[in-house]
Design a protein. Structure first.
Length: 182
């Protein structure tokens, strides 16, 4: 029995789920990297902006789960190409509101079909019912993790601050949700 009052079988099962989930994420990331990551990342940002309208840069950072310097570089490139605008957030002067321009919105059109085909291929082995269940379960996990770990700012034994539960440092080592148990 562990500190969460789970049985040993549940603990093993949770560890197995963590490993499987980690492998799935790594495979998905690898697939997207093979498809031209730099352009994919920019297109992904534009698609988010098209779907959500203007968005706070901090929210975008959380959605993308990237380092702030990486996001800043991507936003610089998008702004330079005329695809986005950045304006100071009136509520928080330290932050920016990101908005896609008409040119930026139009850029996503051709990429939406390719993204849909990739998403379809990733989950082709699941039935509609399985995809529905997976979506519900992942949504439940994401919401719970956001509540539990948002604003988490503790230092790990590596000396890095942890703002996100699942991330990789520049030095190459990774930290996973299990590293954030209180």
């Amino acid at each position: 029995m562990n500190e969460n009052n789970a049985t040993p079988d549940t603990t093993v099962h949770n560890e197995t789920l963590t490993v499987l989930f980690h492998h799935a994420v790594k495979i998905m990331v690898r697939i997207y990297h093979h498809q031209g990551h730099a352009e994919h990342a920019q297109t992904h940002i534009l698609a988010i902006l098209k779907a959500h309208g203007s968005i706070n840069q901090r929210e975008l950072l959380e959605m993308l789960n990237v380092r702030s310097t990486s996001l800043s570089e991507l936003l610089d490139k998008l702004e330079h190409r005329g695809f986005i605008t950045r304006a100071r957030d009136e509520r928080d002067k330290r932050n920016f509101i990101i908005t896609a321009t008409e040119q930026g919105k139009a850029t996503t059109e051709g990429h939406e079909d390719a993204r849909q085909k990739n998403a379809d291929a990733l989950f082709a082995s699941l039935s509609d019912e399985d995809r529905q269940k997976l979506g519900e379960l992942l949504g439940k996990l994401v919401n719970a993790w956001r509540k539990k770990f948002s604003g988490h700012d503790s230092k790990h034994e590596c000396g890095h601050n942890h703002h996100r539960p699942w991330h990789e440092h520049e030095c190459g080592h990774e930290h996973h949700i299990s590293a954030f148990r209180p």
